[in-house]
Design a protein around this ligand. Sequence first.
Ligand code: NDP
Ligand code: GDR
Length: 338
Amino acid sequence: MKKALITGITGQDGSYLAEFLIEKGYEVHGIIRRASTFNTDRIDHLYNDPHIHGTKLFLHYGDLADGVQMVKLLYALKPDEIYHLGAQSHVRVSFDVPEYTGDVTGLGTLRILEAIREVGLDNKCRFYQASSSEMFGLVHEVPQTETTPFHPRSPYGCAKVYAYWLTVNYRESYGLHATNGILFNHESPRRGETFVTRKITRAATRIKMGLQEKLYLGNLDAQRDWGYAKEYVEAMWLMLQQDKGDDYVMATNETHSVREFVQETFALLDLDWEEYVDYDQRYERPAEVDLLIGDASKAKRQLDWEPKVRFKELVKIMVDADLVIAKQELAYQQAINA
Ligand code: NDP
Ligand code: GDR
């Protein structure tokens, strides 16, 4: 049985990837952070008591800021594959906490790569780095490919560029099977609620149910290449099944503005978006990434991977899921007011 270690297992992608790997027969280990409230909502349905025979998911405390713990975990687990998804992943927040973002999102990758070497797993373990289309930043070329130059526009983007090149460097220096998945935005009903797509579908469905009056957003003109997270985690696995580490763009090759996402969401709910959406400057970024559209033809050619869920279907998946939650919220409110 293959053993995988996932950092960021409690996040959107980590939860889908854990599901996918367990389904494939892997023993899955995940690193979680200690918090004063529960932070494992997205993976609770996968978790069994570790004393039960046949359990496939094991959780360990750790933090990307803690290199010693990383070494200890790798000594103990000796995984075949490491999917490094953990990060301070919010672009706007990275302007508020740039040093922390550099430490966790940038140096966090270094800590894992060095732990792999320290434990002597260079020839055994395959490494996946969650690289990002945010590295392209200022538009130099469309669509963006594996050879498009990087010009990051945020502390987050800069940290990801550092981590990207470390991954390439450890491949070239030490022969490590190390891969960058350069993933464009991917969303789902499990997307964090402060990212724009989920913020929109949560708000619009709550407005529909009479639970909220307004939705405040920043720049509606930014364009993104939005795919479906569940499909993108399969691509991560495929990348690590190749003979050699490499770098791959994952994208839909379609782009839409934030405004279009708003329009599509409100239209599905028979609402006129202009009545409900207001501008709030605080959601603007000091420097914006205006246009992302990816060309994933290398992934199609080498991995036989291509996304199936397109923009309208993605919006519908998210609206349908959030409508269920909004209805539950309304029922709960009515019950406590009764
Ligand atoms: P999320 O923000 O949903 O999840 C981030 C994960 O990282 C969470 O499990 C979080 O734990 C964990 N984490 C944060 N800080 C630390 C830390 N100091 N130590 C250990 N773990 C930490 O991100 P996504 O699932 O959306 O993205 C996964 C990865 O892919 C990230 O690296 C992201 O930057 C990258 N990426 C994402 C894209 C997207 O569109 N979703 C596109 C391209 C790249 P906790 O739950 O405790 O906060
Ligand atoms: P992004 O995602 O920055 O692309 O990073 P996000 O959903 O935060 O923003 C997308 C675009 O929407 C605009 N926007 C707003 N964004 C947020 N969050 N909140 C708002 O109210 C709002 N109004 C307008 C933004 O300015 C931006 O242009 C995501 C993250 O998952 C990264 O970790 C990942 O690397 C990239 O996608 C690819």
